[in-house]
Structure formats: C-alpha cells, structure tokens
Design a protein around this ligand. Sequence first.
Ligand code: FMN
Length: 205
Amino acid sequence: MHIKTASNDFPINDLLRGRWSPRAYSTQPVETEKIKSFLEASRWSPSASNQQPWRFIIGFRGDETYRKLVDSMVEFNRLWAVTAPVLLLAVAKTTNHKGDPNTAAIYDLGQSVAHLTFQATADGLFVHQMGGFDAAKAVEAFGIPDEFRAMTIIAVGYIGDPEILHENLRKMETTPRERIKIQDLVFSDSFGNPADFFHEQTNQQ
Ligand SMILES: Cc1cc2nc3c(=O)[nH]c(=O)nc-3n(C[C@H](O)[C@H](O)[C@H](O)COP(=O)(O)O)c2cc1C
C-alpha cells in the first residue's frame, strides 16, 4: 500500500511522519480494544478549565448510526468514506458548566481528535477527518442538543487498496503531502518575521 510519509525538514516522531489521511479504506473491522484505546486517548487530552467539551457518536459499517452519518456527508466524501469500518461524529459542547459560552470548545475538540488520531496511528489504523457534511442534518438525525456543535465526521480503519477508489480520488491517494514552509509559520519579533533559527538551511532529516 502506498504510504505517504511526510517529507519533513526536521526530525519528528515516526507516528507523526507516517500519519496521513487516506481515502481507500479496507472494510476489515477494527478490534474493539483498539477502538476503546483511541477513545480513551481522546479523553486524556488537555482542555480549557478541564471542561472536556468533546463528545463522539460512533457508527459501525452496517449499523443505523453509520447509515445516518453517511447520509449527512457531501457527495464527494460519500464516494470514498463508505468502506471505512468506523465513522465518528465529533461534537463540541460550546457552553461551560455555568452555561456561558466556552470559546475554547472547538480548539479543545480538535486537540482531542489529535490525541485520538495518534493512538489510532500507533495501533496501525488510519484516521481521516471530514468537514464536508451537513451538520444540521446530523444534529437532527441524532437529536443533538442546542449547546452542542457537530464539527467533523471521522473515518477510522485499516488502509485499503487505492484501486477501489474512483479514478480522480486514486490520484490524490498517491500525491505527496504538501505543507507551508516552516519559516512562513513561526515568527519572532513581529508577525511575519521568521524566527532566527529557521534562517539556517532546511531539508536535512
Ligand atoms: C477539519 C478537517 C476537515 C476536513 N474535511 C475533509 C473533507 O470533507 N473531505 C476530505 O476528503 N478530506 C477532508 N479533510 C482532510 C484534509 O484534506 C487533510 O487532512 C489535508 O489535506 C492534509 O493531508 P494529510 O492529513 O494526509 O496530511 C479534512 C481535515 C480536517 C482536519
């Protein structure tokens, strides 16, 4: 299977290097123990005032929850995500325990999903997040209360053969991953001014 490792300029952990978002998923079910582990990892993520504003709805290929999640996806995502054995809806609780807005909720949910992702990756799984779905439809389908916001659908499973994909998607499966240069992301002195230590030559792994 084609693995799109990062072409990193500086050393990073192999888990981060090897993670990417595939679209060709094998239908092979994911072991319950691995599912428990990646959900447990999400639980141990940090959050503002320890509000833990993440919630997940999990569906397994063939069940009603899974069908509702697929139903809410945009067509592009429906093209590929339907072979993934596990789909999750990631939901943020946008209020704190006093009922006031929690402005960190979306940030914290994302970080929780990052924790989930790296545990899943460590266990040989692949994770692909999707913003392309009708959140209102998902809210309705699952009876999600007002103070919650449905943010992403997440496919989890083992990687599959790119040959199963529609032709256009197959190309994307082998295209190298691209990133903005680190000098354009990390600044010192003033916004936009690259941090000094990044002036040195990059691309030495
Ligand atoms: C919040 C979020 C929404 C995304 N939405 C979609 C989506 O709707 N469909 C899709 O195919 N990929 C989606 N992606 C995957 C990104 O396109 C992918 O992570 C990005 O191109 C970087 O590729 P990599 O994860 O393989 O490094 C989404 C990723 C995130 C984090």
